[in-house]
Design a protein around this ligand. Structure first.
Ligand SMILES: Nc1nc2c(ncn2[C@@H]2O[C@H](COP(=O)(O)OP(=O)(O)OP(=O)(O)O)[C@@H](O)[C@H]2O)c(=O)[nH]1
Ligand SMILES: [Mg+2]
Length: 313
C-alpha cells in the first residue's frame, strides 16, 4: 500500500489560530515577564487551561506533570517553561495515540469502520473525506448509507462518494439501517473491498433507541465478518466545546468506541477540547477536520498538532 499522508501543516496552523489565541497566547502572557515560577503563576496557568476546554482532570494532570518536571530542570527561562507545557500537552495526546490506521487495514479484508455521532457534527462529510484519503492510498473503498432516517442523506453521501470516486450501497428505500449494513458488507466481501465505511443517523431520540440501533448494526456486521467492526469512530464537532465532552460520555455508554474524529477545528477557539476528550475517555484522536473541502481531513499526529498550536509564525 502506498501511504498517503494528508497533513498540511500550514492549513493546520491557520485553522488553529483562534485556539492558539485562547490557549497558547494566554499561556505565554502568563509566563512572560515573571521572575520565577511560583504557585500564583501555576494557578493562573490552571485557569487558562480550564477556560480553554481542557476540563478539570486533564488540566490537573498537565499542571502537576509540569510542576514535577520543572523541579528537576535548572533552566527556568520562559522558553523552558513553555517547552515543558508544550511537552506535557503533547504527552496527553500521545497516551492514547494509535498511529496510522493504514498500518492496520492490511490485516483485515474488508476493514470495517462504523461512523457514529449526533446530527450535524460532520459524519457524512467526514466519510467523503476519509474515502478520498483511503482511495489516494490505493485502497478499494465501499460506503454503506445506513442513515435511513433522512431522505436527503443518501443524496448527500452519493455526492461525496462521487467526488472521492468510490461506490455507495444504499437501502433502495428500506428504512432498516441494519439491512443496508448487511448488503454493504456482503457486497464488500464479494468484490474483496479493502475498506467499508458506514454512515449512521444522528437523529435517534433516546439513548435506549440509539443503543438498540447500534447493537443491531453491530450484530449484523458480525454476521458477515465475525471480527467486525474494526473501528467505531465517534465524530465530534470541535466548535461545541463541552457539548463534545457530553456526547463522548453518552456514546461511550452505549457502544464500544475505538477512536474519535474531531471536525470543524478550523476557525474555532474551542480546539482545546481535543485534549480533554482523548484523556478523559482514553480514546485516540484519529483524524481532524480543518475545512469543508475533500482534502480537509488530516491524519492526526499529536506532536505536529501541538507544534502547530504553539507555532509562532
Ligand atoms: N468548517 C468546517 N465545516 C465542516 C467540517 N466538517 C463538516 N463540516 C460542515 O458541517 C456541516 C454538517 O456536516 P454533515 O456531514 O452533513 O454532518 P452529519 O453529521 O452527517 O449530519 P446529519 O446527517 O444531519 O446527522 C456541513 O455543512 C459540513 O460542510 C470541517 O472540518 N470544517
Ligand atoms: Mg449525515
Amino acid at each position: 500500500m502506498k501511504l498517503f499522508s494528508n497533513i498540511n501543516f500550514n492549513k493546520l496552523k491557520e485553522g488553529l489560530a483562534k485556539t492558539r489565541d485562547k490557549l497558547v497566547n494566554k499561556i505565554v502572557e502568563t509566563v512572560s515577564g515573571k521572575a520565577k515560577l511560583d504557585e500564583e503563576i501555576l494557578e493562573e496557568l490552571e485557569d487558562v487551561l480550564l477556560s480553554s476546554d481542557l476540563g478539570f482532570d486533564t488540566t490537573e494532570k498537565v499542571i502537576n506533570n509540569t510542576k514535577i518536571k520543572l523541579k528537576s530542570i535548572k533552566d527556568r527561562s520562559q522558553d523552558s517553561i513553555l517547552n515543558t507545557i508544550q511537552e506535557e500537552l503533547t504527552n496527553i495526546l500521545l497516551e492514547n495515540y494509535k498511529g496510522r490506521i493504514e498500518n492496520e487495514i492490511d490485516k483485515f479484508k474488508p476493514y470495517v469502520i462504523l461512523i457514529v455521532g449526533v446530527n450535524g457534527v460532520g459524519k457524512t462529510t467526514t466519510i467523503g473525506k476519509l474515502a478520498h484519503n483511503f482511495k489516494k492510498s490505493g485502497l478499494d473503498v465501499l460506503i454503506g448509507s445506513a442513515d435511513t432516517f433522512r431522505a436527503a442523506a443518501n443524496e448527500q453521501l452519493e455526492i461525496w462518494a462521487k467526488r472521492a470516486g468510490v461506490e455507495v450501497i444504499n437501502g433502495n428505500n428500506t428504512t432498516d439501517p441494519s439491512a443496508v449494513v448487511f448488503n454493504t458488507l456482503q457486497a464488500a466481501v464479494k468484490r474483496k473491498a479493502d475498506v467499508v465505511i458506514i454512515d449512521t443517523a444522528g437523529r435517534l431520540h433516546t439513548k435506549q433507541h440509539l443503543m438498540e440501533e447500534l447493537r443491531k448494526i453491530d450484530k449484523v456486521i458480525k454476521k458477515v465478518v465475525d471480527y467486525g467492526p474494526n473501528e467505531t469512530f465517534l465524530i465530534l464537532d470541535g466548535t461545541t466545546g463541552q457539548n463534545a465532552v457530553i456526547q463522548s460520555e453518552n456514546f461511550n455508554q452505549v457502544t464500544k468506541l475505538s477512536g474519535v474524529i474531531i471536525t470543524k477545528l478550523d476557525g474555532t477557539a474551542k480546539g482545546g477540547v481535543i485534549f480533554q476528550v482523548s484523556s478523559k475517555f482514553n480514546l485516540p484522536i484519529r483524524y481532524i477536520g480543518v475545512g469543508e473541502g475533500i482534502e480537509d481531513l488530516q491524519d492526526f499526529d499529536p506532536k505536529l498538532f501541538v507544534s502547530a498550536l504553539f507555532s509562532k509564525t
